[in-house]
Design a protein around this ligand. Structure first.
Ligand SMILES: Nc1ncnc2c1ncn2[C@@H]1O[C@H](COP(=O)(O)OP(=O)(O)OP(=O)(O)O)[C@@H](O)[C@H]1O
Ligand SMILES: [Mg+2]
Length: 1047
């Protein structure tokens, strides 16, 4: 009670909480949240046996738009008849990978749970969605499909599969759904769709099984109902060209098959936009243009068939009144007009071995026409499903797990219930059986088997009703088939009589004849009543035989077999004609396909969604108690709740439980070596299960409350991360080691290769060196021979070496006389080079000297001619350049200069003049002009010697500085001038050059004679001594002593 008060106060918040970050919700939080608006799980109801409490809870939640409620793991969904905001991608993400009870109930939780268990345990699942027409089954299945499409991992390649899975729905709905009184988009066929997942959990393919398309709707619709959507979509949405090609007009009122319900146009349906979606879907699902052409050819031919009208001829035979329709059919189906015409008005009867054509009366002709229309539509639908399957098929053979979605018609109870309702309700009986088998019965049996203390729950096992319908030879279907097949006049009434006769005493069967007084009133003479598990349904037997037979006359079948329309060609097999046996009746076909469906489902893990329709008016917010109570009853919800409440929420084999959770206890991790049961006991003791939370069976552990399991699961999730980290670390270690080894091996290999390469290089080098040395030696030996192959290289080498060496050692100036010693073979070349080099240096030197220097050098050349090898001291003087003059004009008395004004003074030097008599030494200046030499004393010119009269010049061979200028012996002249000067070489050279008398110099040895004047001569002796001196010797000679040179 407390919880409920609390929950009402929080009603308004639940929707916001849905989008709360789910990770914040811990287990306890989730439990409280569940109780806010009614209870999220009926298992938590206080009075779980009360239907009123059940309805009350449902109502409370429905008012708050909480359309989903659990009974354990079963989901109850009430159609809201309005768009709700909890189907967004964000919502899908919230429910992804979260434990069932941690969030408010949602269809996404069911989908996610099935998906996760499938991934974890690698097994197949199915989600059975049931409920009456308009309860929201198809919507629910679409929501699940969308959930998988958004949340499952996928690749770019798999996007195509995903799109095809999603888009197969609008196509199937266009061809298989129709507006009925109960539902504007009622599925008129049962659908079971397998979604295949690969080992990564990505959807990789699918397969669809369809059940019992309601073919009678093609030719007849009740008031307020429509034919299948596709007819209206085609007329409304198709392009003009297509309609023209099909011979159709846009107006549905023109077609008999479309107007019987008198509601071709419905405001809630937009045929035009639906057409566009279907066209788009065709392209995604791989339909070719030819497929589409043939498909609509078949659909249009159905519409044309509906407009064929007959009238009676005089013999009472049917003839076709309007010819244009049949022409279109003949064109669209590609069959000959006359054959088609005949087939629609005649029937082929086999009389013994002959075949006879018998004309049809008008009723039979209409019957034949409608049968053809139904057959064409029915088989085209089957083709369509196969085609979609082809495009969804996954050709890869690896193992896949599947989740099947079963969206199948719910229990139907109309005012008049016919053959279709009989089949549909039989189907629901079978599915209830499955539920009982898989849950209720199995549950109780399991408790007994496991030795768990258990108080049996009474439940109604509807097997008795299933048997009543399907039992071989004794069941209603067998009786119906028998009536259909037996020779003679079988009618719906004779069928009813047979039923009374054979199953009349069955507790769940009634007819007017068998009923008591009170009940009789509600049953007509043509009715029979079945007491289904969900309640009584009275069926009108009229039409049962015909619908069960669904006969298509043989000649019509023949015509359709010959059709050029690709789809009909694929659907009508000539082999059918050969088969002399009657084809299986509709009821038997349905029974067989149901049996195989049950087989498919039995091998999978179930999840259930029970859809409830809240009112008949499709109104949002209206909760019709009577209607809902009825559904709660026939959906078996109360029974389910009772079992759930009494039982255990979860059970698993010890081995599996231990395998999954062993990491939570040190004693069981990583291996438990004892019996699994003991391991589990140890494990749950470690986790801390309380005694009331679980029971241990013979082979399984039973956990009473979901929260216990989910707490365990949470702990496992946490420990999984740890384990994963450890495994990852190991694995990374292994990878690292492997990589290291690889790299190491690679490095060693590289090193070896590299060393090899180096060694080879070295060896090559050595071989080359040996070869080179050998050639060198050979060359050396043969070096003196003329150039030949043996010495060629050596010679070139020597040449090269010498020349390159020479390049760095060529003399840098003319005085540098060093030159590299050439090898013998290059001596000649070397000499030439040396010459060239010297010449070059000289040229360079010459180019580099000034005019003055040149004049100086010329003087030196003259000096060389005069003195070289003749006079001591000359060699030492060479490096001493000659001065222009030894005195400047300032040193000469101006008077003297005045006297010799006309001549250009060329050279002046101080000299010592020795008197010719007595040899007295006097300081004088020697001035050389262009034409004469002057001996000057102060302001006086003591002696002028014209060059023209110059007789000669004498000097000694010793190192003294004495010179004698010889003059002619005439009276005008004073005699020879004896002079001593400091720069004997310079002075004498200048004098010679000025006088232009280079050969005038005489170098004497020992002594010389000089002319004193007036015919007398004197002698000058030259000698060497310790020190240089000049004196008059006793013999009267002038003695000139030169310092002895070291030799
Ligand atoms: N979850 C939902 N949210 C909003 N509207 C819904 C929901 N479920 C059903 N409906 C509404 O109810 C209508 C009928 O639903 P749906 O076609 O799924 O019923 P059904 O059980 O498949 O019926 P049938 O047996 O006739 O095929 C939908 O067209 C839609 O308008
Ligand atoms: Mg449906």
């Amino acid at each position: 009670m407390k919880i409920q008060q609390l929950s009402l106060a929080r009603v308004t918040n639940e929707k916001e909480d849905v989008s709360d970050n789910h990770s914040q919700l811990n287990m306890e939080g989730a439990l409280i949240a569940r109780d806010r608006v009614g209870v999220q799980d009926f298992v938590l109801l206080d009075s779980h046996t009360s239907e009123a409490a059940f309805l009350d809870n449902l109502r409370k939640r429905y008012r708050e738009n909480l359309i989903y409620t659990y009974i354990g793991t079963l989901l109850v969904s009430v159609n809201p008849y309005k768009e709700l905001d909890f189907y967004s991608v964000k919502q899908m993400e919230i429910y992804q990978g979260v434990n069932f009870f941690e969030l408010p109930p949602h269809i996404y939780a069911i989908a996610d749970n099935a998906y996760r268990v499938m991934c974890a345990e690698c097994n197949d699942h199915f989600i059975l969605i049931s409920g009456e027409s308009g309860a929201g089954k198809t919507e629910a299945s679409k929501k699940i499909l969308q959930y998988f499409a958004v949340t499952c991992p996928t690749t770019e390649q798999l996007q195509v599969v995903r799109d095809r899975l999603l888009l197969s729905n609008p196509v199937l709905e266009a061809f298989g759904n129709a507006k009925t009184l109960r539902n504007d988009n009622s599925s008129r066929f049962g659908k079971y769709m397998d979604i295949q997942f690969d080992f990564k959990g990505a959807p990789v393919g699918g397969h669809i099984l369809s059940y019992l398309i309601e073919r009678s709707r093609v030719v007849h619709q009740n008031n307020g109902e429509r034919n299948f959507h596709i007819f209206y979509q085609l007329l409304e949405g198709a392009e003009d060209d297509l309609l023209r090609w099909l011979g159709l007009e846009r107006n549905p009122q023109k077609y008999m098959y479309l107007i019987q319900g008198r509601c071709a146009k419905v405001s809630s349906i937009n045929d035009k936009s639906d057409w566009k979606i279907v066209r788009k879907a065709f392209s995604v699902i791989d339909f070719t243009e030819t497929d589409i052409e043939h498909l609509f050819g078949a659909i249009a031919s159905v519409l044309h068939l509906g407009n064929i009208q007959y009238e009676e001829d005089s013999n009472g035979h049917a003839i076709i009144t309007n010819g244009s329709q049949i022409k279109w059919i003949s064109k669209l189906l590609g069959v000959h007009l006359s054959i088609l015409q005949e087939a629609l008005t005649h029937r082929k009867i086999e009389a013994r071995s002959e075949e006879v054509l018998s004309p049809l009366n008008i009723d039979l002709a209409f019957y034949a026409r409608d049968a053809a229309a139904k057959a064409i539509y029915g088989r085209t639908f089957t083709w369509l499903v196969n085609k979609i399957n082809g495009s969804l098929a996954n050709k890869d053979l690896t193992r896949k797990t599947v989740i099947g979605l079963l969206d199948i018609y719910g229990f139907e109870v109309f005012e008049t219930n016919s053959f279709e309702q009989f089949c549909i309700n039989y189907c629901n009986e079978k599915l209830q059986q499955l539920l009982i088998e898989m849950t209720l019965k199995a549950e109780q049996e399991e408790y007994e088997l496991e030795g768990i203390e258990w108080e049996p729950i009474p439940y109604f096992n509807n097997k008795i009703i299933c048997d009543l319908v399907e039992e071989k030879h004794k069941g209603i279907i067998s009786i119906l088939d028998e009536e259909c097949l037996r020779p003679g006049e079988a009618t719906d009434l004779s069928f009813l009589e047979k039923l009374e006769e054979k199953v009349g005493d069955h507790a769940h069967f009634l007819t007017r004849k068998l009923a008591d007084q009170k009940t009789r009133k509600s049953i007509d003479w043509v009715d029979f009543r079945l007491l289904h598990y969900a309640g009584e349904v009275t069926y009108c037997a009229v039409g049962f035989l015909e619908k069960n037979n669904d006969l298509l006359y043989r000649n019509l079948k023949e015509v359709l077999c010959k059709s050029k329309n690709g789809i009909l060609k694929e659907c009508f097999f000539p082999s059918e004609l050969d088969n002399r046996r009657r084809p299986e009746t509709v009821a038997t076909q349905f029974k067989n396909s149901l049996a195989s469906l049950i087989e498919i489902l039995m091998s999978k893990e179930p999840s259930y969604i029970r859809c409830i329709k809240p009112n008949d008016g499709k109104e949002p917010g209206k909760f019709d108690d009577v209607l809902i109570r009825h559904q709660v009853k026939y959906l078996g919800l109360m029974e389910h709740l009772r079992v759930r409440r009494a039982g255990f929420a979860y059970r698993r084999k010890y081995e599996l439980f231990l395998q999954r959770y062993k990491s939570l206890c040190p004693a069981t991790w990583p291996h438990w070596h004892g019996a699994a049961a003991n391991g589990v006991e140890r494990l749950i003791k470690h986790i801390g299960y309380k005694p009331e939370e679980y029971k241990l069976g013979r082979t399984k552990i039973f956990i009473r409350f979901p929260r216990t399991l989910f707490a365990t699961e949470d702990a496992f999730e946490r420990s999984k991360h740890l384990l994963v980290t450890r495994i990852q670390a190991r694995y990374k270690g292994c990878l690292g080691k492997r990589e290291y080894k690889k790299q190491r091996e690679a490095a060693i290999k590289l090193e070896a290769c590299w060393r090899g390469a180096l060694a080879r290089k070295e060896a090559k080098k050595r071989i080359w060196a040996v070869e080179t040395i050998k050639r060198f030696i050979k060359g050396f030996i043969n070096r003196k021979n003329p150039l030949c192959p043996e010495n060629d290289e050596f010679v070139r080498f020597v040449q090269y070496t010498f020349l390159t060496k020479l390049r760095d050692h060529v003399p840098k100036n003319v005085l540098d006389k060093n030159w590299l010693k050439p090898p013998a073979i290059l001596e000649e070349t070397s000499a030439m080079l040396k010459k060239i080099c010297m010449r070059n240096l000289v040229r360079k030197y010459c180019q580099g000297i000034t005019a003055e220097k040149k004049a100086q050098l010329q003087q030196k050349v003259v000096a060389s001619a005069i003195f070289r090898g003749k006079k001591d001291g000359y060699l030492q003087s060479i490096s001493q350049p000659f001065a222009d003059t030894q005195l400047s004009e300032r040193d000469i008395n101006p008077k003297v200069l005045q006297l010799i004004r006309g001549e250009k003074v060329k050279y002046m030097t101080p000299v010592v003049k020795y008197d010719r008599n007595g040899f007295k030494a006097r300081e004088r200046q020697l001035v050389l002009t262009q034409s004469a030499a002057y001996v000057v004393e102060m302001a006086k010119i003591k002696q002028k010697i014209d060059y023209a009269t110059l007789k000669g010049i004498s000097i000694s061979n010793l190192s003294d500085g004495l010179l004698v200028i010889h003059v002619p012996e005439d009276n005008k002249q004073k005699g020879d001038a004896i002079l001593q000067c400091g720069h004997i070489f310079e002075t004498v050279t200048k004098l010679c050059m000025l006088a232009n008398r280079q050969n005038a110099v005489q170098v004497v040895q020992g002594s010389l004679q000089f002319h004193i004047g007036s015919g007398k001569e004197g002698t000058i002796a030259f000698t060497t001594g310790q020190e240089p001196q000049i004196y008059k010797a006793k013999n009267g000679h002038l003695t000139v002593v030169s310092a002895r040179t070291k030799s």
